[in-house]
Design a protein around this ligand. Structure first.
Ligand code: PXL
Length: 276
């Protein structure tokens, strides 16, 4: 029970502790079989390194899908993160249509922006493509910047509950019914997650560490997917993923030389314990 085969589609950043190198160990620690489709290969991630190499793998996707279909390969879940280009979106939608079991779940992390800004190389065309992908999701996992891009609502650095209400309503109307909105802070020194599932809304608040860490969005989404596939509710999964992400940030807090990612490996045991 709850041994699930999950396909994750995101980039391999060869160095930088994000996307695929984070998703696989976390999903494995949660007890699941992993399958991968790399969307692109980069020498490093794009946040803080310069001169990185990028190879987009969009062109390989249709043949991979056709082979899986011929072999009758199907997945209990598809979980997508950073994709290299807008043209990948239709290929990913084809994979979800053909290779996700009828009762399977599609988790889409838009993974395209943070702190009010798109990641390097992405534009409005990419945003609109990712919106189409999110519209086919069972669960989306945006941060506030991504939620704004998906809905056309202006990004605000400071906000109140009414602003988040507007954002969540627009996401439900335009994009997806089930929403895990990350990085929502209503009080000094605190942050949290707004969870909307089947019209029910719940908020989980936790400590906000003074320094942010690259890659925590990927850690969060991977742990959330892993917990959901263990049969936890969306709220419990959101809480487990948040507590684990905070543990990763504590594990990294005294290592300024580790600016490019979070030390998620030493605290994997905490995630495993939370899933027992
Ligand atoms: O963590 C998200 C992410 C994934 N992949 C690549 C990135 C980033 C964030 O910057 O650059 C290549």
């Amino acid at each position: 029970m709850h041994y699930q085969r999950v396909l994750t589609i995101q980039d391999i950043s060869c160095v930088g502790q994000c996307s695929m190198t984070v998703a696989l160990p976390i999903l494995s620690a949660c007890g699941h079989e992993t399958a991968v489709l790399p969307s692109a290969i980069l020498s490093t991630h794009t946040a803080g390194f310069s001169g990185y190499t990028v190879r987009d793998l969009a062109q390989d996707m249709p043949a991979v899908r056709a082979h899986w279909q011929k072999e009758g390969i199907a997945f209990d879940a598809v979980y997508t993160g950073y994709l290299g280009s807008a043209e990948q979106v239709d290929f990913v939608l084809d994979i979800i249509r053909d290779c996700l079991k009828t009762e399977g779940l599609a988790f889409i992390d838009p993974a395209m922006a943070d702190y009010g800004k798109l990641y390097p190389g992405f534009d409005d065309n990419y945003v609109q493509a990712i919106k189409r992908l999110c519209q086919k999701a069972d669960y989306i996992l945006p941060n506030i910047t991504e939620a704004c891009l998906l809905t056309g609502i202006a990004y605000q650095e400071t906000y109140d509950k009414a602003y988040i209400d507007t954002l969540l309503t627009a996401l439900q109307e335009q994009v997806c019914k089930n929403i895990i909105l990350t990085g929502v802070s209503y009080a000094e020194g605190k942050t949290g997650i707004e969870v909307v599932e089947n019209g029910q809304r719940n908020y989980y608040e936790h400590i906000r560490l003074p320094k942010s860490c690259h890659g925590t969005g990927d850690i969060y989404s991977s742990a959330f997917v892993g917990a959901m596939l263990k049969g936890k509710s969306a709220y419990d999964s959101a809480k487990i993923a948040a507590d684990y992400t905070v543990a990763c940030m504590y594990a990294t807090a005294d290592s300024p030389e580790h600016w490019y990612g979070a030390k998620f490996e030493p605290v994997l045991g905490q995630l495993i314990d939370a899933l027992r």
